[in-house]
Design a protein around this ligand. Structure first.
Ligand code: SAM
Length: 281
């Protein structure tokens, strides 16, 4: 057994229990309400995030909605009002689950993972990483009764324009993207400064040894040791990739640079100010 400050680490054949209370109070917390608690920690228990959790840099609390089900069978759903296929998670059950989920502190949004929600992106992950925690409601079946969303003013957030069978994968994706932005979770080697979306661009291509593989050499500039030229090459590659693959990001990038999204030409001051959403005195 090896001691690292307050934590002790020892070899074990049993999976780590990421749901047990961890040593650092006040760490960023993801509180997940789900019908499938056994799906957690899932991917979150591995690699950098699993280690960061063990170090107390973030906490995971998983609560079973079924515990608040009604009657002997702990029923959580019912047929849709107005007819139609499938089942809907009941408002009274979810309300009880939310009430029992424990106190929140500081800035702590509640989010329902939903294909109808605002698409999740890097800026949302950055904003969430600045909160004290988040409560994530994972839907199943046809979704949840609207009244519980209205009562608790729950935000809906989508992982993308497709339909999953449940919110658990979406919750794990949101937690992963958020936790890696919490200070000290990534080592120096894994910088978030230059990765995709950090500057509104997709990331440049990456290469590693061997310098020639399968008749394909690494671009010569990357072996030159000339840092300024390498940075310029990477920037140009990132711009070209973004322009080709993500016209939406490219337009926004040009606008932020004070350029016309159609022509790439510099805009006048007035246009630039409008594009940046600034006001002129
Ligand atoms: N009837 C719903 C609709 O058409 O919008 C879809 C329900 S889906 C089968 C079941 C649950 O999966 C949802 O309640 C939600 O929690 C989750 N889910 C499905 N797709 C999602 C997505 N793109 N992003 C986030 N959560 C999603």
């Amino acid at each position: 057994m090896k001691s690292h400050g307050r934590l002790s680490i020892h070899a074990s054949t049993k999976p780590r229990d990421l749901m047990a209370p961890q040593p650092l109070a006040g760490a960023w917390t993801a509180r997940v309400l789900t019908l499938y608690p056994e799906m957690f920690p899932g991917t979150l228990g591995h690699s950098l995030l699993g280690r960061a959790h063990d170090q107390g840099l973030w906490r995971l609390e998983v609560q079973n909605i079924r515990e608040h089900g009604i009657g002997k069978h702990r029923t959580v759903d019912d047929t849709p009002a107005g007819g139609g296929p499938g089942m809907v998670l009941r408002a009274d059950v979810l309300d009880a689950a939310l009430a029992a989920s424990g106190k929140t502190r500081g800035k702590w949004p509640t989010i329902y993972l939903s294909p109808r929600g605002k698409p999740f992106d890097q800026s949302m992950a950055r904003a969430l990483a600045q909160t004290d925690g988040v409560t994530l409601l994972c839907g199943r079946f046809e979704g949840v009764d609207q009244r519980v969303l209205d009562k608790h003013r729950i935000q809906e957030v989508s992982l993308g324009d497709f339909v999953l069978t449940g919110g658990e994968i979406a919750a794990q994706a949101l937690i992963d993207a958020t936790v890696r932005l919490i200070p000290r979770v990534l080592g120096n080697a894994e910088s978030t400064v230059e990765e995709s979306f950090s500057q509104g661009l997709l990331e440049h291509p990456q290469y590693t040894r061997p310098t020639e593989w399968d008749g394909r050499p690494i671009p010569e500039i990357l072996l030159s040791g000339h840092h300024a030229q390498i940075a310029a090459w990477r920037r140009a590659q990132a711009e070209a990739l973004t322009k080709e693959r993500r016209p939406d990001l490219w337009r926004a990038y040009l606008e932020r640079q004070g350029k016309d999204p159609e022509t790439g030409q510099e805009l006048s001051d007035a246009h630039t100010i409008a594009a940046k959403g600034e006001t002129k005195d």
